[in-house]
Each structure stands twice: as C-alpha cells, then as structure tokens.
Write a protein that binds this ligand. Sequence first.
Ligand code: RM4
Ligand code: MN
Ligand code: MN
Length: 393
Amino acid sequence: MKQADRVFSALDDFRIELPSWGFANTGTRFGKFLQPAAATTIEEKFSDAGQVHALTGVCPTLALHVLWDLPDGVSSAADIDRLSARYGVRAGSINPNVFQDQHYKHGSFGNPDPGVRAAAERHVIDSIGIASVVKSRDISLWFADGSNYPGTANIRQRRGWFIDALRASHARLAPGQRLLMEYKPFEPAFYHTDIADWGMALLLARAAGPQARVLVDTGHHYLSQNIEQIVAWLLAENMLGGFHFNDRRYADDDLTLGSIDPYQVFRIFHEIRSYAHETGGEPDIAYMVDQSHNLKGKIEAMIQTVCIAQELYAKASLVDHAALADAQRQTDLVRAEGLLQDAFATDVRPAIRDWRTSKKLPADPQQAFRESGYLERITADRGSRAAGVSSYA
Ligand code: RM4
Ligand code: MN
Ligand code: MN
C-alpha cells in the first residue's frame, strides 16, 4: 500500500473521545486561572466539543463525569439526547466520582467503613444506569483510594473489598457495556494506592468479570516506565480497554499528548498497529483524552491534541511489518530499529491534510477554529456572566 493510502485507512478508523472536564475551568492545588470562555454548564461543554468534532471530524463522543455533569443522576441524563442532537456529539464514557465527597476521606471501595463502601458501590451502580440511559458503552473507574502513612491501612483487606464491590458492580452491567479499570501510582495518596499499576488493574478487572478491561492513562506511570510493553501485554491478554491521552514530564501532569515524548506515543501506537497486523483484527480500544488545561485555551488545546494523536497514529501505520518481522528474525538490529525510526521521521502532515480535504473537513482545523469567530463569541457571552467556577479541581 502507498504511504498516503496507509495514512488514509489508519485515520478512517481512528476516533478520539473528548473529556467534558477539559472545557471547564480547572487548576492546580495552588489555584485556578479562570478563562472567560470556559464552559460552566453541560450544554456549553457539548457545544465546545461539538466545535472540535465539526472541525476534526473524529471526536463524536464526549466523556461525562457524573458528579460534575450529571449531579442529579439518571434524571439529569434525560437532557443528553437533546444536547447530542443539537451539538452533534454523543455521550461517551461515564465516569463515576467516588473521590470528592467528604465521606471518601479514607477511600471508597477500600474504605474500612462498610457504609461508605456501600455508598460508593451504589454510586457506581447508578452510573451504570446513567450509561444505559444515555446509551454509553463504557463506565470508566478511577479510584483515589490509598493511604498516606505506613501501617495505617490493611492492603490485602482493601484488595478484597475492591474485588467484592467490583464484582457487584460488574453484575449490573448490561450486555455490551464495559467496566474500565484505571490505575495510577500515587496522588492523592502518597504512601500506597489501591490500584497502583497495570498488574493490579488487570487482576481486579479479571476478578470483576468478563466485561471489565484495563484503561491506560499515559500519564499514570513512573518516569522511564516502558508503557508500550504494558500495552503489548494487555493486547496479548485481550484486556486493553482504552486510553486516557496526555503527556507528563514529572508526574501526572496532564500535559498535551506528545508534547514531551512523542516517540513514546508513537511506540504505543506501533504496538497496536503491529497487533492488528499480526492478528488480522482491530483491537477494540476506546481512545480518550484526559487533559484539562489551566493555561492553554481549552478548545485550541483539544484540537491540538487530536491533531497530534492523528499524526503519531498515522506515522505508526507506516511501519513496514513484513520487513520488521524479517529483520527481527534475522536479528538485524539496526535495520529493525531503523524501520521504526523511518516511520517516525516521515512527515505525514501533507497526507493528513489530504485526508481531511477528502472528508470535506478543514485542512488545518486549528486555523479554521481561529477564523470561525466561535472563541470570540463564547468569550463575550460567557465572560459577561458572573464568574462561574465549575466543580473540578
Ligand atoms: C485522575 C485520573 C482520572 C481523572 C481524575 C480526576 O488523575 O486521570 O482519569 O478522572 O484524575
Ligand atoms: Mn485519567
Ligand atoms: Mn490523571
């Protein structure tokens, strides 16, 4: 296949979900810098995501956060159909929140208090109900559970509580729905985190039931960890459910995907393309962005992320798998490595522009956004209201 054809067919199948929280005012634990254009209602989040989808054509779904977007549970879900019809994006993964309420101070599924564990389980089960109402497939679980000081938590006992609550939650899934298990090494807990790495997430997903998979947030690894190897193993185990895209320099920084180490993202995509090539089937992976920019313009940052993801995915689709297998067989190390380096060094931007034009999309979505006047319009409309601050961070 010609290079341009490879890029076209790779992009045809590549969809990226946007996070509703990426359009809201967020900050660090030291403070927030408010943006007048930030979305403060779910309608504004749908509207902003609709802009990104209209310009890139590859972001048809919006991840929703139950506490921030659907505070009244199933009854707030009723409006989602109207918003989807109006703004052209559907509800994506449903993200329960079992970390912000005061009673979660010592954990949710791992809390020593059975009443709090039950409340967390109820919230996850309610979230599964919301997913059914808004016709979402994935319920994406991230737990802040952990402890700050040695000896203060019974790690094995908490693991058992997690298994019980995950099984009970999994039992409520409708056919076709999935539970995604996200892991994170530390923060907010600084001594132990109950689901700290992919091994723990994998074991818990297996214990939960057949519809559970692991979610890899690219920022949730220690420095220098080989993320593509984790991806390769999860693919081989048929346990890779999805990604949260972002980049990191120090810890869970939520920087723009590929802004620090684009070759890492390329290598992750290479493992996925290579798995598809070898098995002859596309793995079923939900690609989602998990970034909420404090300094960059939110919509611009999303467009930039989507374009970078497409570029790196397209580059990974250029690797010549037959030649690579041959070089690996012959242990021709320099040729094998060179095949990856050549693909990574290829400028795929002209082919991506052509792909966009062929889909009647703007060749440069960022420029099209700047020329659209949307940002000026929402800055004036939203900025004139009393500064509303959304609940996140
Ligand atoms: C975590 C993780 C989750 C996100 C929370 C707020 O670090 O990335 O996906 O929902 O932050
Ligand atoms: Mn995440
Ligand atoms: Mn994170």
